[in-house]
Every structure is written in structure tokens, then in C-alpha cells.
Design a binder for this molecule. Sequence first.
Ligand SMILES: Nc1nc2c(ncn2[C@@H]2O[C@H](COP(=O)(O)OP(=O)(O)OP(=O)(O)O)[C@@H](O)[C@H]2O)c(=O)[nH]1
Ligand SMILES: [Mg+2]
Length: 182
Amino acid sequence: MSFLRLRNKVKSVNKAKILILGLDAAGKTTLSRYLRYGEFQDNTVPTIGQNIDTFSVEGWTITTIDVAGQKNFRFLWESHYQGSSAIIFVIDAADYERLPEARDILKRHVFDNAHLDGVPVLIMANKQDLPGSIDAPLLVQMLDLHNQFLGRTFSVFDCSILYGGGIMESFGWLVNQLEMQK
Ligand SMILES: Nc1nc2c(ncn2[C@@H]2O[C@H](COP(=O)(O)OP(=O)(O)OP(=O)(O)O)[C@@H](O)[C@H]2O)c(=O)[nH]1
Ligand SMILES: [Mg+2]
């Protein structure tokens, strides 16, 4: 079943606000558009500010806030933490050089963030279609996630928004987490 069909399958009764974070060029806006239109769209430009969107999936009306990832705009993330039901952290898994930066930002803005205590974190290891991309198990190791983020609820999924791979699985996990929080 396509993501688009899954989205419309059940009438929505629950609401959740989900914040999409990550470094610039990780693929946040591409994800946000995929969720909205059910397909990859190759016309994103670097976000200035944020894009807010709403869609339904498995009985949930989800509002996504896709914020600008560029360093100079990250201060904007601050105003969205409160009231978030989940975080999606998108990583460009093919950009080996920026992995340490992604790890530091994930730690500082998400796992060490008191506003997000107990909030589940979906980490998307995006751009798996590119050669040399790092897969989820290796990413967990390289970012030392299990030790760094002991006690926090998170999961890492391989995905390629370009091909739509891994998005259903990621959202299956996320919706499950939302259900458990009800
Ligand atoms: N090959 C490949 N490219 C992707 C994928 N997902 C996104 N991209 C590309 O990555 C580039 C950056 O994507 P954006 O979605 O604009 O990145 P962003 O995280 O929103 O960046 P900021 O708005 O600056 O924070 C675009 O050229 C996308 O087409 C993917 O799965 N595979
Ligand atoms: Mg963007």
C-alpha cells in the first residue's frame, strides 16, 4: 500500500504536533512535501523560517513543523519545542563529514533538551540511495546513540525520500509511539 493510501485509510480522531529537525540539506522539506503529496518533489529551496503542514495518517491528524536547518536559523527551533508530541530528526547519511555536527546538534537540541523529556525521536538516515551512505545500524554505532541517549525513546530507520523507501516503516514506528502516549 502506498503512503498516500495509508494516509487516507482511517478517519482521524487524534492530533499530534511533530517537529522536523536536522542540519541544512538533510532533506526535511523534501520529507515534509512527501508527506503532503505522497511523492518526491525535487524543487525544494533552503528553508528560511518554517513550513507548517497538516495531513492524516492511521487515524491521526498530524501537523508537521519543518524548520530551517541552517546554523543562523536554528535559534528558531526554540519556539516550537513546547507541545511537540514527537521529533523527526533527519540526517543526510551520505554526508560522512557532517555526521559529527549532526550528532552534536541532535544531542544539544533534542536529547539534552528538558522541553523534550519523554518525547519520542524518530531518526531518519536519509539519502540511502546515494553511494557510500551509512545505514541505520552503523549510524547508531558511529553516533554512539545507545550510550549517549540512554533512557530516551528513539529509533533509527534507513530511508530514501527520493524513492519513498523507509517512510512507511518510520511512520509505523512513530504512530505506535503516539498511540502509547495517549
Ligand atoms: N539523493 C537524494 N537526495 C535527497 C533525498 N532527500 C532529499 N534530497 C535532496 O537534498 C537536498 C536538500 O533537501 P531539503 O529538503 O531542501 O533540505 P532541508 O533539510 O529542508 O534543508 P534546510 O531547509 O536548509 O534546513 C535537495 O536537493 C533534495 O532534493 C534523498 O532521499 N536522496
Ligand atoms: Mg528545508
